[in-house]
Design a protein around this ligand. Structure first.
Ligand code: GLU
Length: 577
């Protein structure tokens, strides 16, 4: 089980400590513990990234500086999940001015993209697994442009400094973690693709094992170029040419990305939607992510029910959360997409009167079954096909940071599925984020809001989130998780755990998961939820039990200091001073 991998990872790191590593191997950490700090904290998906993030803070770096350095390390040590070949969303809170900003580094579709790109010769949508590997699914990466934009606004240490730890680690090598080794071994395509076979497999064709020391000199060269040349070194010149050539020549699934597509990429800042929930104010990522709007809609509906008076994880509360989630997912399917292409009326979707009318559709005693989208006043008539309900790939990464001055970063970053498009260029993997577009361009005569178009950003579910005290405005929590569309459920549940049930940060993210994406109510397997399953079925829910591999990383500010926790289902840790 993935939840048992942390100790094995710690052991592998200790073993590596005997070699000359650029960073001291992290001290073994107690699995599933809360870390307390007074001044500053990072929580990231891999101990080496967290170590380096904390080092950057110790050097006087800002929260953004730490996030940049950690992203570079994660590109190396957690390559299956995120990296400079992908994209992400970053929320920033400035303690001094109390300003809140969101940075959109979502990938864009190249000019060659079109609404029919994921249809087969028969005119029907191709299968997800069929279109992922190769060039067709690759979006123009956004991570580095976005981090550069955030660094210009909030960086304190020089840009190049933030790359040095990852460059050293790429040259000297790092120990393959248990999770990375398992993900390599589990992947059916990785060995077949020439660019990944040579890196993730031994010469005899066997997958790399946990503890193997892995070097990545190609990535070291790439990071060195970006360290000295800025993001331009990635978006113009030989790296961009290599990306375009790899996408163009990919087999299967040739793509069509040009160096102009790459040079033209622009990161954006976006409005930050917020909503009052009990004594908290929750702020999240707006479109092109659907995550923030969906989470805030669910919470806005749940305001009408006193969850705090109900037993945590009990049938009454789980039923209500599942029903509110159905309604939010129905709206998500209809209305949420790239706001540069589709008018997304976030304010109307979050209006109190609208959410009250939606909440009134919830019967506390009986499931409504499949929810239909609502009609917020003047809402766009664009629509989409139902979401794919496939198992989520084990990818994406979330990091939370609070620096010495109280500035915070909540950053969710992704190459979409595990190992992205399975194309490796200059030491990093390219994303398959375009598969987040609707595969069918229209349904029932209605254009899909999230259909593929040139230059468009595919709709995301990534949900970096910040929670404030409603009265005082002080920051209370920094959180987020990987998990594809399940992110919405994971983050919502964590907020309910913190705000309604006053759970500690670890319990808030470690509690057994339940969620609903407007289909069956999904319960996390092997977590003792059998009684809940029976009770939900009695209320008319279809129930599915499966592994739910979240990877939430949270920092809670309780007025006396910082409390950090990392999801025991993955390998992350919290570190602070
Ligand atoms: N591509 C997904 C999104 O943007 C994230 C994938 C994942 O979390 O596994 O919503």
């Amino acid at each position: 089980m993935r939840c048992c991998r942390r100790l094995a990872l710690a052991a592998a790191l200790i073993a590596l400590g005997a070699c000359s590593t650029p960073v001291a191997a992290p001290a073994p950490h107690a699995a599933s513990s809360i870390v307390r700090a007074e001044h500053q904290m990072v929580v990231a998906a891999h101990p080496l990234a967290a170590e380096i993030g904390r080092d950057i803070l110790r050097q006087g770096g800002s929260a953004v500086d730490a996030a940049i350095a950690m992203q570079m390390v994660l590109t190396l040590v957690e390559p299956q999940s995120s990296g400079i070949g992908g994209g992400g969303f970053l929320l920033h809170y400035s303690a001094g001015t109390q300003a809140l900003e969101s940075y959109d580094g979502r990938e864009t579709a190249p000019e060659s993209a079109n609404r029919w790109m994921f249809l087969g010769d028969d005119g029907l949508p191709r299968s997800f697994a069929d279109v992922v590997p190769g060039g067709l699914s690759v979006g123009v990466p956004g991570t580095l442009r976005m981090l550069e934009l955030a660094h210009r606004a909030h960086g304190r240490l020089p840009w190049h400094t933030l790359f040095e730890p990852a460059i050293a680690l790429a040259e000297d090598g790092f120990a393959v973690s248990t999770r990375l080794a398992e993900d390599i071994a589990d992947d059916a395509v990785l060995a077949a693709q020439p660019s990944t076979r040579g890196y993730f497999f031994n010469a005899d064709g066997t997958p790399l094992r946990a503890g193997t020391r892995l070097r990545n000199p190609a990535l070291a060269r790439t990071l060195r170029a970006v360290a000295t040349g800025g993001a331009d070194a990635f978006y113009r010149g030989s790296i961009a040419a290599d990306i375009a050539a790899a996408v163009d020549a990919a087999a299967p699934n040739r793509g069509g990305m040009t160096t102009d597509d790459i040079a033209g990429y622009q990161a954006q800042t976006r409005p930050v939607p917020c909503l009052d929930y009990r004594d908290a104010r929750v702020c999240a990522m707006g479109p092109p992510s659907s995550g923030g709007v969906a989470i805030l809609q669910i919470l806005g509906m749940l305001r009408h029910f006193d969850l705090g008076a109900m037993p945590p994880d009990g049938i009454d509360a789980v039923h209500l959360i599942a029903e509110a989630s159905r309604l939010a997912f129905a709206d998500r399917e209809r209305y949420l997409a790239d706001p540069d292409f589709v008018p997304v009326q976030v304010d109307r979707l979050l209006e109190e009167a609208y959410l009250s009318s939606r909440a009134a559709d919830i019967d506390p005693a009986k499931s409504m079954g499949e929810a239909l989208p609502g009609r917020p006043a003047e809402a766009s008539l664009l629509g989409a096909l139902p979401a794919r309900q496939a198992a989520e790939p084990l990818s994406t990464s979330h990091m939370s940071v609070v620096d010495r001055d109280g500035n915070a970063v909540s950053f969710t970053t992704s190459i979409e599925g595990a190992f992205g498009a399975h194309l490796m260029v200059d030491g990093f993997l390219l994303n398959n984020q375009l598969t987040d577009f609707a595969f069918a361009p229209a349904a029932q005569g209605r254009a899909a809001a999230n259909r593929a178009e040139p230059g468009k950003r595919p709709r995301s579910s990534m949900s970096p989130t910040l929670v404030f005290d409603r009265k005082s405005g002080t920051l209370r929590a920094v959180l987020g998780s990987p998990g594809g569309a399940n992110i919405i459920g994971y983050v919502t549940q964590s907020i309910v755990n913190l705000v309604d049930w006053r759970r500690d940060p670890l319990a808030a993210i470690a509690a057994p998961h339940f969620l609903n994406r407007n289909g069956p109510t999904v319960l996390e397997e092997a977590r003792g939820l059998d009684a809940l399953q029976t009770a939900l079925m009695a209320r008319g829910h279809k129930v599915k039990v499966q592994e739910l591999n979240s990877g939430a990383n949270v920092i809670v500010l309780d007025g006396t200091g910082l409390l950090g926790a990392s999801d025991p289902r993955r390998e992350g840790i919290a570190l602070g001073d």
